[in-house]
Design a protein around this ligand. Sequence first.
Ligand code: GLN
Length: 481
Amino acid sequence: MIQSIREIHDSFDRGEKKPSALVAEYLARIQASPLNAYITVCADRALRQAIRADEVLLKAGKVPRSGQPLFGIPVGIKDNLALSGVRMTCASKVLENYIPPYSATAVERVEAAGAITLGKLNMDEFAMGGSNENSAFGPVLHPTHPDRVPGGSSGGAAAAVRANLCVVALGSDTGGSVRLPASYCGVVGLKPTYGRISRYGLVAFASSLDQVGPIAANVEDTEVLFNVLAGHDSRDSTSLLSEVTAPAAPFSIAGLRIGVPAEYFVEGVASEIRTAIHFKLQLLESQGARLVPLHLAHSRYAVATYYLLAVSEASSNLSRFDGVRYGVRPQAAVEAGELGAFYRATRARFGAEVKRRIILGTFALSSGYVDAYYHRASQVRKLIQRDFAQAFSEVDVIASPVAPATAYKLGERSDDPLQMYLNDIFTVPANLAGFPAISLPSGEDAAGLPIGLQFMAAHSNETLLFGLARQLEQSLKEERS
Ligand code: GLN
């Protein structure tokens, strides 16, 4: 039984449980779990934190109500966010032994809010992938269907939340990596507005697209975590100065305009997913929402645009892993005696997908091709941004599936990168245009695999997304009971 933050705090308040006992339960579950969700577990560190929390609780008699919304809450952190003194691998052999000397701002914030860090979560190498099969530490298994993928690249994070191996988790989303695994695993995931959460201490994949995002088992916990994470950080030059848009009134479904883009409910999307989402939208309509048909003319270019820009930025960002500035320096490199051989020995440690992207990105940025590829993709990005700006002048939110199909079998798509890339069709626009998007559990298909529904909103409208998400979550709960 997964407990919410509120339920855990109630049990602390009533003296039924103390943080150290809770953390011990989580650590035991992690140890017994076959999912491979964690790369590094920091048990001693977590227990020390928990004992300090025990003392605070004993003295105060209750959970501190201000400044500590995550008091005593076990959290997992994707292994591309730095935690000072604890190994950070990015699921790569290149960073096998890297110990960061500082913590990411996002990590600092959750710990300052009282959270207890259980460890570093498995992921696709350097966050490149959508299935968590590209990890040098082995794939993560789907939490309820272990022959399937949990989605990626934050697969460890989503699987851990679903399997109760942490209460909430931090992921990162460059083209869907929070939302896709959340949808495959049946949990909630948010990709915030670009710049809303600091990227300081997040290992860069594609800097103009990357955002840290919260994953939790329910909407309320996702919002609690988001509120802890959001805010300006002078150490990230792209961090927003403006606040999240405060709603004029409490959320009301009456009159809410939900855009339904024709391009997102097409043949290629599994019919069970289309049906499930239409049903949820009808439910919201019956409660007063207005469904508005939309067209997003440049949608079909989104995947191509994303994969040109993401690989270009990645090829530049990953040049620092050369065995000199960052990255392990294998013995073969030391003995190479010559610069080219030195680089080859070091960079040979990247996995196949990372190498593919570095090569593609280097090509797209090369002097003969930069206009045809990188610059052209940047122009199309503008057109996609314009489509959505126009759409958000007509509707409050846009609904779509998170992915065209539910979780697939391990290994099923490993030989077909293009098919993997196409899976990102509905998630990449939010990164290309920088607006927030949330993935919500929305029923299951015939095989019992979770279906994800995505809501997108204009910049800084996270509060609206949370309001709508809570409304839907509540209605589905009532329907089931
Ligand atoms: N699946 C996408 C990719 O492989 C998204 C990854 C991400 O969001 N980190 O690029």
